[in-house]
Design a protein around this ligand. Structure first.
Ligand code: ZN
Length: 224
């Protein structure tokens, strides 16, 4: 029987590539999309559209945590910062950091995994072209995987995997991998600012643009 994976799926470039990767690996996938008040909640619509196209089972969760307004990704009074590329990857934690986001997301995913009897959680953190978020590092994901194996029924009875296939890839590698897997880039949403079109100025837009440019691939989300 095919193994089952819970894919943490925001509808962005990285998590969509993860979903296509997991399907290509032979996993039966169920997606988990979490709204937490992000300004770019539009990504949730992108997630819905992509998962529908693939015919995979979807789960949607809303976290109502008022204190997440400490992040400029959530707080509507606070502007999303605009950095130069070398500043983005300097390792300094920017104001867009959402407190404990991946710890919460992995906990929710672990609960779902245990309830439906899945074998793996797939997530798309990346520690190369990223914004220095402490919950996107290999050490954190390794420790979270150990915790989930120790603290879930499936973990203690048969063992589960927490997979982060993009962890060591550059954005350029991710675009190349996505292109190979047939990711519908035009449907994905990465921009931190919600809106009609990607802003082109936020950290996420800049990293994405460099990835596509270096990979020599056209970004259908920007040019449509
Ligand atoms: Zn943007």
């Amino acid at each position: 029987m095919a193994k089952k994976a819970i894919v943490l799926f925001s509808g962005g470039l990285d998590s969509t590539t993860c979903l296509y990767w997991a399907l290509a690996q032979g996993y039966t996938c169920e997606t988990l999309t979490i709204a937490y008040g992000q300004k770019h909640e539009r990504e949730v619509h992108a997630a819905r559209e992509i998962a529908q196209r693939l015919g995979v089972k979807q789960h949607f969760v809303t976290l109502n945590l008022p204190w997440l307004a400490s992040s400029s990704l959530v707080n509507k009074e606070q502007q999303i910062p605009e950095h130069d590329l070398n500043e983005i990857t300097s390792g300094k934690i920017p104001s867009t950091y959402v407190p404990g986001r991946n710890l919460m997301f992995l906990s929710v995913a672990a609960s779902l995994l245990d309830a439906v009897g899945a074998d793996a959680i797939v997530a798309g953190p990346n520690a190369i072209d990223f914004s220095g978020y402490p919950d996107c590092t290999p050490n954190f994901f390794k420790a979270a995987g150990q915790a989930i194996n120790l603290g879930t029924e499936h973990g203690v009875t048969q063992g589960v995997e927490v997979l982060a296939p993009l962890m060591d890839l550059t954005k350029t590698d991710i675009v190349k991998l996505g292109a190979k897997l047939g990711v519908p880039f035009e449907l994905t949403w990465s921009c931190y600012n919600g809106g009609e079109k990607p802003c082109g100025k936020c950290d996420s837009c800049k990293l994405r643009a460099r990835g596509f440019a270096e990979a020599g691939v056209k970004d259908g989300a920007v040019e449509k």
